[in-house]
Design a protein around this ligand. Structure first.
Ligand code: NAD
Length: 275
């Protein structure tokens, strides 16, 4: 899809991948970029940076885990710039731990990492299907194709996000809805800075490579990820893998699940994680 002159909304636009996406969309000619985030100050800063470059932006304070906020975000976007052409459902959090994580934290991460995408699709679909076009990009993670060592809530919710993106693409792909699913490994943002480990979602192949920080596949910058997303959207590719190695890891997982699980256990033991 051509980004030029289209209205774009990015959730989690105050920081990290979302902020870089906002700036990249503006520089690719979006008619208006709506920066949505719970962090009002951060969203305002991203919008101000876009406007300083001569492009149009609007900051909206919204909690994507609340359906009313999602509906209001889309309504405000339409008032300001017109129908939503591209919606990047990107806000997400990580919670470390396993099944012992309290229900409140499971509910919170489920609401943000999964249900927020459901609310966005629910609000966007009628208009996009009526117009016969629209683009929804869901930020999942390589953890949604593989796993996240040390975080059951992140692994589970990111798998669910991938499942939702695939389901939407299958169900509405022939009616004009475009769907992409962004699945990066490590990206240098606040999310991994606040997590207990720097580099996540490593495949078993890297068990011999030492500390989690020694990621062979590299820690990307959010700007690099945003550039990959822009190209994928222009080409209308479903699966966006800023770390291309993830495609091989996913094939290996599907090809021999037992071997993959054994390898992940070995990696976890070497890293001194749970279990
Ligand atoms: N950083 C990584 O290594 C990495 C890897 C794979 C996937 N991801 C995913 O990328 C997405 C963006 O994360 P990031 O790394 O840029 O992190 P980040 O923490 O820098 O940015 C996330 C933004 O989302 C906002 N946010 C959180 N909860 C929200 C809510 N309920 N409503 C609205 N906004 C909310 C935060 O305020 C923040 O500005 C997330 O979905 C994350 O899971 C990140």
């Amino acid at each position: 899809m051509d980004i030029n002159q289209r209205v774009a909304v990015v959730t989690g636009g105050a920081s990290g991948i979302g902020r870089s996406l906002c700036l990249a969309l503006a520089s690719h000619g979006a008619r208006g970029v709506v920066v949505a985030d719970v962090d009002a100050g951060g969203a305002a800063q991203t919008a101000a940076d876009i406007e300083a470059g001569g492009d149009r932006a609007l900051a909206v304070t919204a909690d994507m885990s609340r359906e009313d906020d999602v509906k209001a975000l889309i309504a405000r976007t339409e008032e300001a710039f017109g129908p939503v052409g591209l919606f990047f459902s990107n806000a997400g959090i990580i919670v470390d731990g396993g099944v012992e994580v309290p229900d409140e934290a499971w509910s919170r991460i489920w609401a943000i990492n999964v249900q927020a995408h459901v609310y966005a699709a629910r609000a966007l679909l009628p208009g996009m299907l009526a117009r016969g076009e629209g683009y929804l990009v869901i930020t999942a993670s390589a953890a949604g194709l593989l796993t996240e060592l040390g975080s059951a809530p992140y692994s589970v919710t990111k798998h669910a996000a991938v499942g939702l993106a695939e389901w939407l693409s299958i169900t509405y792909g022939d009616q004009g809805l475009r769907v992409s699913c962004l699945c990066p490994q490590a990206v240098r943002t606040n999310l991994i800075a606040t997590s207990h480990r720097e580099v996540t979602e490593m495949p078993p192949e890297r068990a011999s490579l030492g500390t989690p920080q020694a990621s062979v596949d590299g820690v990307l910058t959010p700007d690099q990820v945003a550039q990959t997303v822009i190209t994928a959207v222009q080409e209308e590719r479903f699966l966006i893998l800023p770390h291309p190695e993830v495609a091989t890891y996913e094939q290996r997982r599907a090809g021999d699940r037992e071997r993959w699980l054994r390898g992940m256990r070995r990696l976890q033991a070497r890293l001194g994680g749970q279990g």
